[in-house]
Design a binder for this molecule. Structure first.
Ligand SMILES: NC(=O)C1=CN([C@@H]2O[C@H](COP(=O)(O)OP(=O)(O)OC[C@H]3O[C@@H](n4cnc5c(N)ncnc54)[C@H](OP(=O)(O)O)[C@@H]3O)[C@@H](O)[C@H]2O)C=CC1
Ligand SMILES: O=C([O-])CC(=O)C(=O)O
Length: 269
């Protein structure tokens, strides 16, 4: 049997710890390091002892002995950890796709990957049909719309709280309408999907986004409507949120685990 792929996981929150739980079963994938800020060390150590006893908890991706980096931490972690890893030649898998809404960051990621002779992979995360959308782009797209609908509690700690009490919303309320770039910038923990849909499709500035707080739903509901030379599609996802973070859908965890498993699988799908 070949040596396992040695992984550095950035972030040990709702996504990171759920990934560790699932990856315990994968002999071909070995968590070598868990990268978290100093104030999250104790909690990450406790999680590592339970789910990845061989992993060291550190504040930076170790410069050697890592074959693959996976980010599940938030936008700031891209500049801090993903760019340097790419420059060193380590491939990276990224969940915080909304970070690419910052001017110049996509170009910096490409330049770092080119300099390191490696690749950065943006996962589909909480949304589906990214393969279909990216393929449809080849033939030309006319319009792509994305609607993100979540329960009011999922919008806590975001600009959606300005001028309204989320807890007392009686009916669905549009909290944002605009471009995917603005959505991903204003809602870094809630609009990664908006960025992913736009990067696969019409781009951050031409993708129309509506975000809704809806007391009538319990799931994170994502709708994509696309039209172009290929024809059209409408996609609705009703994702179960993670108990540890209602902003985040469980599918994001499965998408990240799938990305890692596909990197070592003899047959990938
Ligand atoms: N592509 C997609 O579909 C989706 C993407 N996401 C992205 O995934 C990210 C993580 O989600 P989730 O796990 O639910 O969030 P959590 O807040 O539960 O966990 C984030 C973790 O990352 C750590 N962290 C924060 N900043 C850094 C940093 N600079 N370096 C290393 N670790 C850091 C946090 O530490 P501490 O506790 O100290 O802050 C925490 O351990 C989100 O911020 C979002 O950007 C989320 C949902 C869907
Ligand atoms: O997990 C989800 O449902 C989507 C999400 O938070 C995001 O787009 O950032």
């Amino acid at each position: 049997m070949s040596n396992p792929t040695r992984i550095a996981l950035i972030g040990c929150g709702a996504i990171g710890s759920a990934m560790l739980e699932l990856l315990q079963a994968d002999a071909a994938l070995e968590i070598q390091a868990i990268v978290v800020p100093a104030d999250a060390f104790a909690a990450a150590q406790a999680t590592a002892e339970r789910l990845a006893p061989g992993a060291q908890v550190v504040s930076c991706v170790p410069p050697g002995g890592i074959d693959l980096v996976v980010e599940a931490a938030g936008h700031a972690a891209i500049e801090a950890h993903v760019l340097p890893a790419l420059q060193r030649g380590t491939p990276c898998v990224v969940a915080s796709v909304g970070a690419l809404s910052a001017p110049g960051l996509a170009e910096k990621l490409e330049a770092a990957a080119l300099a390191g002779g490696t690749q950065v992979q943006l996962i589909a995360g909480a949304i589906g049909a990214i393969d279909a959308l990216a393929a449809a782009r080849v033939g030309g797209l006319d319009e792509v719309r994305y609607i993100g609908r979540k329960p009011p509690q999922a919008w806590k700690g975001t600009p959606a709280e300005q001028g309204r009490d989320l807890a007392s919303l009686a009916r669905e309320t549009v909290i944002f309408e605009g471009s995917a770039r603005e959505a991903a910038t204003l809602y870094p923990k809630n609009a990664n999907v908006a960025a992913t849909v736009s990067l696969a499709g019409l781009g951050l500035d031409r993708t129309l986004v509506r975000l809704i707080a809806d007391p009538a739903v319990a799931d994170n509901v994502h709708v994509v409507e696309a039209r172009g030379a290929f024809g059209s599609f409408e996609l609705t996802m009703r994702n179960k949120p993670l108990a540890a973070n209602p902003k985040t859908s469980a599918l994001t965890v499965y998408s990240a685990v799938r990305a890692l498993r596909n990197r070592v699988a003899a047959l990938a799908i």
